[in-house]
Design a protein around this ligand. Sequence first.
Ligand SMILES: Cc1cc2nc3c(=O)[nH]c(=O)nc-3n(C[C@H](O)[C@H](O)[C@H](O)COP(=O)(O)OP(=O)(O)OC[C@H]3O[C@@H](n4cnc5c(N)ncnc54)[C@H](O)[C@@H]3O)c2cc1C
Length: 348
Amino acid sequence: MPERLKAYKQVWVFVEQERGQVHPVSWELMGAGRKLADKLKADLAAVVIGPEGDVTSNAALDSLCYGADLTYLVANNVLSGYRNESYTKVLTELVNIYKPEILLFGATTLGRDLAGSVATTLLTGLTAECTDLDVDADGSLATTRPTFGGSLLCAIYNLKCRPQMATVRPRVMPMPEPVARSAARIIIHPLDLVEDDIVTKVMSSIPDHHSEKSNLSYADVVVAGGLGLGSPENFDFVRQLAAVLGAEYGCSRPLVHKGWVSSDRQIGQAGKTIRPKLYIAAGISGAIQHRVGAEGADLIVAINTDRNAPIFDFAHIGIVADAIWLLPELTAAFRARLSSHLRTRIAN
Ligand SMILES: Cc1cc2nc3c(=O)[nH]c(=O)nc-3n(C[C@H](O)[C@H](O)[C@H](O)COP(=O)(O)OP(=O)(O)OC[C@H]3O[C@@H](n4cnc5c(N)ncnc54)[C@H](O)[C@@H]3O)c2cc1C
């Protein structure tokens, strides 16, 4: 390792908060960061940036419960609401002063935007949308991600610059259990930035009432359909089963391309990663690009007419059947079960 890089220590996780909420991917990354820090025998640090007040200070305190040895906290009302310019300035300043070896972000809209500009400003490398992070024997960060359309996984190294930066999508890493940490500390970093220094002004935020917000990534039960369903009308069988089960519904990529389902419902490499307790996949072949987004589910039930479909290689329960027939049957069976359960509860 070049001598000038030896000053860089610690593993950092950027704790993302927007509109008063910490994005859960930040805690997932703390779990991954903990493992990297332990291998490097380095400290794990969280970086919390936001407006003054409870939300930011609670995020800093919570980060200690998710494994941080220390947390860098920058709280100033100039930082209320994400703006690329101000957040990039703060984060690059922190990096230049405290010199982390590794810097991780969630591959969310905010995380991708910020990581890209921080890496560009610091003239260091960034691996986007990693599926695995590990430390090699020489201490280098191996950032693994799909390449060649998802048919290969490659490990990318950043040997000459620091920090080594990566983004990871929500739900790719498991959520760690929070624990109490008595020896952790919070380092409050003063902000040398005033509103007049920031060119970008947010005049107002307009919520998009037309966008159909899915909670696919964090749903406990997901029902999804693929091209095997044959038509957009048949995709309603997926929606109906999901509604009866109180589940989210999703799809494979061709259905988004055909305009049958909105893109925020796509599961897979170019869509969402899911980790539900139950995943029901109907008429989906199980191509590798779909598999990488779904194989973290605890229980995968696949319905396919082709007994040799690749999805049966990773499904826990495989049903060789016509999904267009089976989905309405399942919906009717679950609905009947639900109403008999309700009747019993009312009677008691
Ligand atoms: C760069 C890149 C990124 C990609 N990203 C994604 C991604 O994020 N998500 C994704 O899903 N794909 C992605 N893909 C596409 C992926 O490679 C596959 O083409 C896609 O997943 C196939 O979708 P499918 O399984 O619905 O269709 P098909 O592969 O056509 O499979 C349809 C399946 O339905 C079965 N079937 C047919 N009739 C019935 C029936 N009546 N009942 C039950 N089963 C039936 C068939 O046997 C078949 O197995 C990506 C591809 C590339 C190159």
